[in-house]
Ligand binder design. Structure first.
Ligand SMILES: [Zn+2]
Length: 340
């Protein structure tokens, strides 16, 4: 039991993302001065930041005075200044023989076009794709390949709908993750965190319903409503009251620890035919999450520990959907046998 909890704790770190609002990099006075000067004058060293200067806005264009357009320019000005000052400061530090430091909770990544963390963004998109294909193949399996109940023409597998919701929530979470790694602003950060919390919360409900074999509607509602209420409150709290990274970390840790322990123990107790896949995903995920703990700076400006963790979840996601499909097959064949 303790082993499971321990693995759960490590695994959860994967979803905990960045925990500090201030980092050594942005506490540095040279960097701060550079950003301040850049935002007022539109210059970071020798680089001109077009969004910070008014000259580039053509006189008389109708959108120049639109409040949304002004806001968009300000956002870009801030982001570009931070980026160019960070790169300038990092170059100076490198020449002094100093190691890279984090800025605003993130390592100094090299940009590609608009992509702030190109590798993490691309890998998030790849995770999305693996979830999408996994979900589609699961959909085909339960609706077309496996026998349907003769009276209702619906799948035998009792958790069909729950895994559909899980698939959609996963796709949503990875979508916002790729957007957040592309452009880190207040809105994308909130959408990314909220989607991750929603996914973890639902995954917790699903793990409990499956491992405790809860099949009738009333018991399902009884078990899931307190969790649903808590997760909703937590998301509202983060978005509209206090975006508390530390508190969010604790909540996510707890949710993940419970579900991983449930899956691990259940796989062993029921001697589930696909338990090795299940264990592989759980233990593999825990080991991959060690990357998040060792959190090293980006290699060649691109591949940091977080990006590698996103790479590791790709094969694990593939195996996870394979486990889900196995579970649907075994349950269906059991139920068909019983019906005969
Ligand atoms: Zn990420």
């Amino acid at each position: 039991m303790m082993g499971g909890t321990w693995i759960g704790l490590i695994f959860a770190l994967a979803f905990l993302l960045r925990c500090l609002s201030a980092s050594p990099g942005d506490r540095d006075s040279i960097y701060r001065n550079c950003v301040w000067q850049c935002e007022t004058e539109g210059l970071a060293g020798s680089t001109t930041i077009p969004h910070c200067t008014n000259e580039t806005v053509k006189e008389g264009v109708w959108y120049a005075k639109e409040p949304l357009y002004t806001q968009w320019r300000q956002l870009n000005c801030k982001a570009d200044c931070r980026y160019h000052c960070m790169m300038k400061r990092e170059e100076e530090r490198r020449l002094q023989g100093l190691d890279p430091v984090k800025y605003h909770g993130k390592w100094p990544f090299l940009r590609i076009f608009v992509f702030q963390e190109p590798l993490s963004a691309a890998l998030s998109a790849l995770n999305l794709l693996v979830h999408l294909t996994g979900w589609i193949s699961y959909y085909k399996l339960v609706n077309y390949n496996l026998p349907l109940r003769p009276q209702t023409k619906r799948p035998y597998y009792e958790y069909t709908g729950l895994w559909h919701i899980y698939g959609l929530l996963s796709i949503n979470a990875w979508f916002w993750s790729s957007i957040f790694h592309t452009r880190d602003i207040d809105l994308t950060e909130k959408l990314d965190y909220s989607s991750a919390v929603a996914l973890l919360g639902f995954a917790l409900i699903l793990s409990l319903l499956r491992t405790f074999n809860v099949k009738d509607e009333a018991s399902r509602v009884m078990l899931s409503s307190p969790i649903l209420a808590f997760v909703t409150t937590h998301i509202l709290f983060l978005n509209f009251y206090d975006f508390d990274y530390g508190w969010n970390m604790k909540v996510c840790l707890l949710m993940v620890a419970i579900q991983l322990t449930a899956w691990l123990v259940w796989g062993g107790l029921t001697r589930h035919p696909a338990r090795f896949k299940l264990w592989f995903v759980v233990i593999g995920g825990a080991l991959a999450s060690l990357l998040e703990i060792f959190d090293f700076p980006p290699y060649e400006g691109y591949a940091d520990a977080h990006a590698l963790w996103h790479a590791a979840t790709v094969p694990l996601t593939f195996l996870w959907w394979s486990f889900i499909k196995d579970d649907a097959r075994f349950r269906t064949s059991d139920l068909v046998k019983k019906a005969k």
